[in-house]
Design a protein around this ligand. Structure first.
Ligand code: KIV
Length: 273
């Protein structure tokens, strides 16, 4: 059964969030019983093959969000607002968030940052009934301006900005806040100060919940295991091995066998000669 926001806010066990970007991803995440699913704009990296999340469009998010919702009709669904869709004024942000909610069937949207402009958008959306998940720490949409994809908040100045950002997001109406790639002790302090749940990725064990990009946890992403993600399977390797075995069997005519072929009666065949 789909969890409600009050239910998520009162959870006693750590909350579990994973990303999904397509119909099978939604189905598997729902069957595994996660608390909520995020259609993250990590879509850009792990599915669409971009080097960053910046090129991901609203149309991409809506297309993939709809597919995930078809696979996971009974799980709380959060869809990322991609880069540029909430940065050109509150009217544009509201219009784009409404499209995401109406067209995908999502329960909430997520956006990165805690600038005064973003806080204003969070306030308008939540006052108009669109639940918002905040996101501070490393923010992949603007990672270039943050010095690259690296841990944030290691010095007192940036750490203080992240704490204030999280507090301001809660005050603006965010019902939970993602903390990405920050020291565990900083995440603990933020978690203690917020009344809404924190959801960590690369933020240590003290958050109220955890989120991972499913492609990372399944071993389907490019490259080495990332510091912020644990691999629970080597699905990428299994996929490569299976396709290579299929290719070998086609080339050696081992596949298809009779088992995978359809029969035709002799008298029907005779009429064709
Ligand atoms: O886009 C995404 O998948 C995310 C998670 C890493 C939190 O924002």
């Amino acid at each position: 059964m789909k969890r409600s926001i009050p239910d998520l806010l009162q959870a006693e066990q750590p909350l579990v969030m994973v990303t999904a970007h397509d119909y099978p991803g939604g189905r598997h995440a729902e069957a595994a019983g996660v608390d909520f699913i995020l259609v993250g704009d990590s879509l850009g990296n792990v599915v669409l093959g971009y080097e960053s999340t910046a090129p991901v469009t609203l149309a991409d998010m809506i297309h993939h969000g709809k597919a995930v919702r078809r696979g996971a009709p009974d799980t709380f669904l959060v869809v990322d607002l991609p880069f540029g869709t909430y940065h050109t004024g509150v009217n544009d942000a509201m219009r784009n968030a409404v499209r995401v909610i109406q067209e995908t069937g999502a329960d909430a949207v997520k956006m990165e940052g805690s600038t005064p402009e973003v806080l204003q958008v969070v306030g308008i959306l939540t006052r108009n009934g669109i639940p918002v998940v905040g996101h501070v720490g490393l923010m992949p949409q603007t990672a270039t301006a943050q010095g690259g994809l690296r841990v944030q908040g290691k010095d007192d100045q940036t750490a203080r900005r992240i704490v204030e950002g999280a507090l301001n997001l809660e005050a603006a109406g965010a019902f939970c806040v993602v903390l990405e790639a920050i020291p565990a002790r900083l995440a603990r302090l933020i978690t203690e100060r917020l009344t809404v749940p924190t959801i960590g990725i690369g933020a240590g064990v003290h958050c109220d919940g955890q989120v991972l990009v499913t492609h990372d946890l399944l071993g389907m992403s490019e490259g080495e295991e990332k510091k912020i993600a644990k691999r629970y399977a080597e699905v990428g390797q299994l996929v490569r091995e299976a396709i290579a075995r299929y290719a070998a069997e086609v080339r050696s005519r081992e596949f298809p066998t009779r088992e995978h072929s359809f029969v035709m009666k002799d008298d029907v065949l005779d009429k064709l000669y």
